[in-house]
Design a protein around this ligand. Structure first.
Ligand code: OSB
Ligand code: MG
Length: 383
């Protein structure tokens, strides 16, 4: 394997208009914002990654500005001039920086992409090279679509009809107190055979257990993150009271959290977001734990641009990812995206892993420049 030596790291703070924003129990962002990370190497290849933070600290503690700060002051200076033989060396290089997983994951993704490209490999195959030999990528990721909180039940049903006719075979509904049992019942009765799940983004408390039991009648795939974002213990008290499997998202920040949650019975499904856990090296460790424990696993999303999405599609094509992922086609998010070619939903509710080396997508620099100008013009915390 050819190594890389990092020569430059450029941070691109960007904003893109959403085709359709996503309202969750913690709110809605006015546009897609994230930091694109461009790693230039002495070998002449460029790797791209996405730090998929949000503008406000609603999903996680990091924001656009905290990530820019941590990247500029603490992460980038540790990396310039470093030689990396394998992407899994990356976490050691930034060991002195605690937390800030989304920022770290973005740079790590660019390093994975650069190493795959310098070795003329697809990213999916480079991931698989770190797993037992029978974990060959499948060439496609099975996906679903996440439906935000809408103004009415009718509006929700109309959007789901559109998504189902586009070919999505798994629907995730965002819920919150007051927008939960009625909408879930209405969707289930209109779509009796569709794979259906709910995501509460931490909107409930353990006291709501009796209310949450009402979802058991709806044959749901799972309920995602009902309780606090930093809780594992109370989820372990809730799960035995529900027939619906609990999936954890926010609560699981690393492989040790996952082991603890498994040990105490706090989850029956894992939503693995490479961004949330600090990158693909940690993601691979968690993937292995899921395989060893037969824990159903899917890859979550943060409304990524084509850069983050391409890497997630590659990871989601690994065979230990057993449930449909929160990765939708390009036209659900942006028009245009900043990469080509677009991801197009296939009739079997999958996205194909691109054939090209690395993440397999090409970054369109003019669109990145335009999106950087949009961030500069709009971001609300400018001094
Ligand atoms: O909880 O999974 C979540 C987006 C932003 C923040 C949190 C979440 C989400 C999604 C995104 O559900 C789904 C997607 O990327 O398509
Ligand atoms: Mg979630």
């Amino acid at each position: 394997m050819q190594s890389i030596t990092i020569r430059t790291i450029q941070l691109h703070a960007v904003a893109l208009p959403y085709v359709e924003p996503l309202r969750t129990s913690f709110g809605e962002e006015p546009f897609k914002a994230c930091i694109l990370i461009e790693v230039g190497t002495e070998e002449g290849v460029t790797g791209w990654g996405e730090a998929s933070v949000e503008i406000a600290p609603g999903y996680g503690a990091e924001t656009m500005l905290t990530a820019l700060h941590i990247l500029r002051e603490f992460i980038v200076p540790r990396l310039i001039g470093k030689t990396i033989c394998d992407a899994t060396e990356f976490p050691r290089l930034i060991r002195g920086v605690r937390g800030n997983h989304h920022a770290k994951a973005g740079v790590e993704a660019a390093v994975w992409d650069a190493l795959a490209r310098v070795n003329a490999m697809r990213l999916a195959d480079y991931f698989a090279a770190h797993l037992p030999a029978d974990h060959t990528p499948r060439g496609a990721a099975v996906v679903g679509v996440s439906i935000g909180i809408q103004p009415s039940i009718d509006a929700t049903l109309a959007i789901i009809h559109k998504r189902v006719s586009q070919g999505y075979r798994r629907i995730k509904l965002k819920i919150q107190p007051g927008w939960d049992i009625d909408i879930a019942r209405a969707v289930r009765s209109e779509f009796p055979d569709t794979l259906l799940m709910l995501d509460a983004n931490s909107a409930y408390r353990l006291d709501d257990a009796a209310h949450l039991q009402r979802f058991d009648a709806l044959d749901l795939l799972m309920i995602e993150q009902p309780l606090a974002d930093d809780d594992i213990y109370e989820h372990s008290l809730l799960q035995p009271q529900l027939r619906t499997p609990i999936c954890l998202d926010e609560s699981i920040k690393n492989v040790n959290d996952l082991r603890l949650a498994l040990h105490v019975g706090a989850l029956r499904v894992l939503n693995l977001k490479p961004a949330r856990v600090g990158g693909f090296t940690e993601s691979l460790a968690m993937y292995r734990v899921c395989v060893e424990n037969n824990l159903p696993l899917w890859i979550g999303g943060m409304m990524e641009t084509g850069i983050g999405r391409a890497a997630n599609v590659a990871f989601a094509s690994l065979p230990g990812v057993t449930l449909p992922c929160d990765i939708s086609a390009t036209d659900r998010y942006f028009n245009p995206d900043i990469t080509e070619p677009p991801f197009v939903l296939q009739p079997d509710s999958t996205l194909l892993v691109p054939d090209g080396i690395g993440s397999g997508v090409e970054v369109i620099r003019e669109r990145v420049a335009e999106a950087e100008a949009r961030w500069q013009a709009h971001y609300p915390y400018k001094g």
